[in-house]
Design a protein around this ligand. Sequence first.
Ligand SMILES: NC(=O)c1ccc[n+]([C@@H]2O[C@H](COP(=O)([O-])OP(=O)(O)OC[C@H]3O[C@@H](n4cnc5c(N)ncnc54)[C@H](O)[C@@H]3O)[C@@H](O)[C@H]2O)c1
Length: 524
Amino acid sequence: MAGTNVYLGGFMGTGKTATGRELARLTGRPFLDLDERIESRFSMTVPEIFGQKGEGAFRAVEADVVAEISRLEGLVVALGGGAVVDDGSRALLKQTGRLVILRAAVKTIQSRLGAGAGRPLLEGGDLEKLLESRQRAYDDGHDAVDTDGLSPEAVARTILALLSLERAPEPGHPLSLGAGRSAFVGRAILPRWRDLPGAPQERPFVVTDDLTGPLYGDRIGERLGIFCLPRGEAAKRLDRIEALYRAFDACGLDRSGVVLALGGGTVGDAAGFAAATWMRGVAVIHCPTTLLAQLDSSLGGKVGVNLDAGKNLVGAFHQPRLVVADVDLLRTLAAGDYRQGLAEAVKYGLGEGGDLLDEIDDGAEGLVARDGEALTRLVRRCGAIKLAIVDEDEKERTGARARLNLGHTVGHALEAASAYRDWSHGDAVAVGMVVASCLSRRLGLCDDAFVERLTGLLRRLGLPVRPDRPWEAIVAPLRRDKKFEGGRHRFVLPRKGRPSIVEEIDLDDLKKAYEEVLLWSGQA
Ligand SMILES: NC(=O)c1ccc[n+]([C@@H]2O[C@H](COP(=O)([O-])OP(=O)(O)OC[C@H]3O[C@@H](n4cnc5c(N)ncnc54)[C@H](O)[C@@H]3O)[C@@H](O)[C@H]2O)c1
């Protein structure tokens, strides 16, 4: 096969779009509709473009969009009926993928098109003549498939077999979110989210950010509306939530509606908060796109936004109806964003004991390379741990959730001391875990080998292990920590097996452990 895309061409009414969607679902490939891309370039519908700009303008942009799409890989693309007529475009399509022409008898086409509404070339024209004029191009595909009497799914299955395409892996057994709701983790599952058990029939309102939306918005399929938040913490502001409410209102999102969060933890927190409060609560589906969001923030039901006075000060508990964690999406994450999630995974490994830390250690190279199978296992294991803890302590009353705070005391202090500029959360937690392990060793709760193993693993995952500033710089933020009262601190300390929550940590012991790590030389 020349390239990796599958292009579906052929006359109008042969079912290119419906078949393309089915083929994308069966293979787990992203789906693109050429006419939709052209419409979004003009911000007009196809009949409007023909009416106001003329066919020439439409064809020029069509050729341009064909060139753009042909640079991408691994797609299923439904072409417009005329896209393959241009010799240059057809040659490009054939070079960069497999061109499959869908065929149907004139009678079938006539009955599928009905009165021809929305098909500008048929208005006042002759269908048979138009078909004849394009026949030379339609005979020049790599393959042709007759669609008469077949459903789009049956045609898609025929193409799957014809091209020997790889089927999408099965989504696998989901994690239970309670009350019959599930979290699915796997490869290439986002394009198939509607087929997952528990997926609602309603078209969702998609909330995303202005990078994730363009990258993956198409994989959601039909939607009630879409709203792009700015990237990062700028999404978690009350004025953004207000703008989101206005967009919900404009689309008529009512109490039976569904909000779908497509993005990292910031999008999930903001969209989840808007869903929790819109009309006193509508359903939310999380489609997390960062490692941190997949193994942590999309699970557990905490949603919220920031105030100037602090992070996550306004929020709610709102459990998702469905979580769809497609690990293939993690390939496009920037390295710095990706490793933040790895730090959380190590925290789960330390926090729960068992063999998770061994698994991360043994599979570190695969995780750094973002291997799909290794990531599926990691997200599932961490997700299961998070859900078990949430189940034990949903509203943070029994203290079980406190184990998830391992490394956070020093981590938060480092983030705050740099005014949240120099330290990302996961990086800071990684250093926090190292300091906590040194403190644990001082108190006789773990040995040298444990500390060395942890720091070695963090380094292999590309995470920092040393703070960048003196103890004096973090004392003020540490003193403001709510777990710190009267000079003594409640601390989660790692050790072999489960970590301990030690109530009476002396600030001086913490200082010694911090300075010990600060003085480490070499590779950090
Ligand atoms: N609700 C909870 O229980 C919980 C738990 C932990 C953290 N959080 C929150 O999560 C937030 C951090 O989330 P995050 O680390 O996911 O950061 P994020 O949402 O800011 O995403 C990081 C960056 O990655 C980009 N991105 C997202 N997916 C991508 C992809 N697949 N490819 C390329 N780029 C992509 C985003 O545009 C963004 O710029 C914080 O606000 C934190 O408070 C919430």
